[in-house]
Every structure is written in C-alpha cells, then in structure tokens.
Design a protein around this ligand. Sequence first.
Ligand code: NDP
Ligand code: MG
Length: 378
Amino acid sequence: MKRIAILGSTGSIGTQALDICRRHPEAYRVTALTAKSSREKLFDQVRAFRPEMAGLLDGIRQEEIPEDLRFCRWLSGKEALHAAAAETEADAVLVSIVGIAGLQSVMDALEAGRQVLLANKEALVTGGHLVMEKAKAKGLPILPVDSEHSAIFQCLQGAGGNQPEKILLTASGGPFRTWKREDIRKATRAQALKHPNWDMGAKITVDSASMFNKGLEIMEARWLFDMPESRIEVVVHPESIVHSAVAFTDGAVIAQLGVPDMRVPIGYAMSYPLRKTTGVPAPDLFALGKLTFERPDEDKFPSLRMAKEALRAGGAACTVLNGANEEAVARFLRDEISFGEIYDLVARALDALGGLPATCLEEIFEADRRARKVVKER
Ligand code: NDP
Ligand code: MG
C-alpha cells in the first residue's frame, strides 16, 4: 500500500490521479487532498477517499465544512499546502498544483522525506538547482509526471549502461503549428484553448499554443536528467504518439509510445518501479498508419529561443520567463492582451530582469514577483 498526498486534486492531473487510486484501492491510500477554491469538488473527493487532511488555499471556515466531512483535519491557505506536503503519513506527494506555488511544496515534501511525483513543471523551471540538490541530499527520486519527461525517464530505464547522447523532446506543435506568424499573433482565446490532442488545464493549454510549454519542458529536462540545453532537441510530432525519445552513443534511439492520455505517466510515477494497469489502451499502429516529425519554427514560436537563452543565462532568467509568461497568460485569458503580446511581455521582462540572481528561494520568489509586476503594469 502506497500512501499518497495529492496537491491540486481538483485539477486535470489531480482528478486523473484519483481515477487511478479508484482503480487500485489495494495499492493506494490517499492521505491529503488540496484545492485552491473548488469546494464542492473537493468535498466530493474527501467523501470518496477519506483522507487524513484536506485544505483550500482560498480558505474555509469550520462552519462551512459539511457535517459528514468533519472526520478529517481541514486547513486553509498556505498552511494547507504545507501540511499536505509534509505532515500527513504519506510516502509520496503528487504536486499537481499550477504555477510557482509548486516550488515551495516540492521543497517541503523533500524536506519531510517524501517521494515527489512531479506534475508541476514550474518547480524545476524556477528552482531546479535547489530541488535537485535537495533530492540528492535526501536520496529521494523526483518522479516525472509530465508526459515527455515520463517518456524520457522510461527510455532511460532501458539504458543498461548505454550513455545518453541527446534527449529528443517531442512537441505536438499545438493548434497554431501550420498558421502564419501574423495570424498566430492575432489568435483568440477560444482558438488557443483548442488543443489538437490533449485535454488539459487552461494555463498549460495556452502554453502549448505559444510553445512556451515546450520551452518550460526544456528547462524541466535540463534539471531532471542533468542534460545541458545543447543536448536537448525539440522535435515537432503532430500525432503525439511518441512522447519523447533518448538517442544513445551506440546509435540506438529508445522512444516511448502511447495514446495521448495522462493516466499512463501519472500511473507510472505512482506505481514506480512497478507497473500497473491504467485503463488506457495501447495505440493502434495500423490505424495510425504513419508518424511524422518536423523541425520547430523558432521564428513563428520565439518562446523556444527565449527559453534556451534563459537557460544559458542562468540565475533567475528562467524564473523571470516563467513568471512573466504566467502573468501574461492570465491577462490573455481575461481578454486584456492579444496572443502576440504574450511573447512581447515575456521578452520585455527578460530584458529588464534577466540578470537577477536565484541562489535561494527568497531570491527566486522576488524575481517572480518583479517579473509579474513588469507584465501587470503594461
Ligand atoms: P489545473 O488548472 O487543471 O489544476 C490545478 C490544481 O491546482 C487545481 O486543483 C487547483 O484548484 C489547484 N491550484 C490552482 N492554483 C493554485 C495555487 N496557487 N496554489 C495551490 N493550488 C492551486 O492544472 P493541471 O492539472 O492542468 O496542471 C497542474 C500542473 O501539472 C501544472 O504545473 C501543469 O503545467 C502540469 N502538467 C499538466 C498536464 C495536464 O495534462 N494537465 C500535463 C503535464 C504537466 P482549483 O480547482 O480550486 O482551482
Ligand atoms: Mg508535457
């Protein structure tokens, strides 16, 4: 029996993780569930999974908790996130909240000696060096949930001493892959939210359309697999069947294939080092017929170039890119700015703040705050 705390249980990743728990009640027990504001959904989950603790970032008063749910400890605000990451009897913590808030939770979970199942890419993007250092010091693995990184992790299991030369990070190319640059800049909210292959939360769906998501994933791979940016290659693969691959020094390329369904990578992180059924069928290669691959177009999607430059710059540059992008996407989703302005605002923030340091959590949070301010004030 593995005891799992789920931070962000009401989201796209969180609910799919709970589907897996429901499928294997003999294997998983849920110790904590948290959400930001989705109370009713969280109430239903607490009713079904009976965790030790539950919490809402936006807060809940004692009298608002339904009578039948008072068996568990309810917390509010950041205290809820901290307790879920570090205080329940969990073996593993699934960090599936969205945004830089995930960094503190990952550090809390590691500090408390919990295995981290990591969906929240922002933790590695902003504090990758601190997270990996802490994980190493604690002798705990960071098990990736992001589909590409799970694929790479799975490919590496078959390495057998073969040296990885290059990571081939696949990208669907998003809904604007075949659009012209001018048209991409004018894309609407509805168009950006229509991902061709994956069904995900709003923020990451917009990031997939801008390809900032792939930029963030280059940073994520850099830290998870200790691979310099120069050896991580983005490969556009519109079918989203090859979830990524590793090229080894002996000329072999090992890839992981599957239908685009997050339950596979979530399930693998949860059951690692074992494998369990997920309810997801294998892809039908005959029905697919062919798989295609293209080079990314960095003129149409400057996000990729910006991400690589930020990684090379080091310090807080990746944090600035991430914070500016998070804020710009929020503004785009509120119809305050155009799609093209997401790129402009991130570039502006990087110009202004790309040189800030990131030697500790405080500096990272400060760089994040300042990057958001640049975007908010435009
Ligand atoms: P969702 O927006 O669907 O869900 C986010 C969850 O976190 C919800 O439970 C939400 O609560 C909670 N939450 C939101 N903001 C905060 C906050 N500031 N502090 C604490 N909790 C918060 O996101 P996804 O599930 O799509 O993504 C989660 C993470 O996983 C992201 O980092 C994303 O990049 C990553 N990821 C997601 C993939 C996917 O397929 N969805 C694929 C790969 C990575 P509430 O419901 O109350 O708002
Ligand atoms: Mg991904």
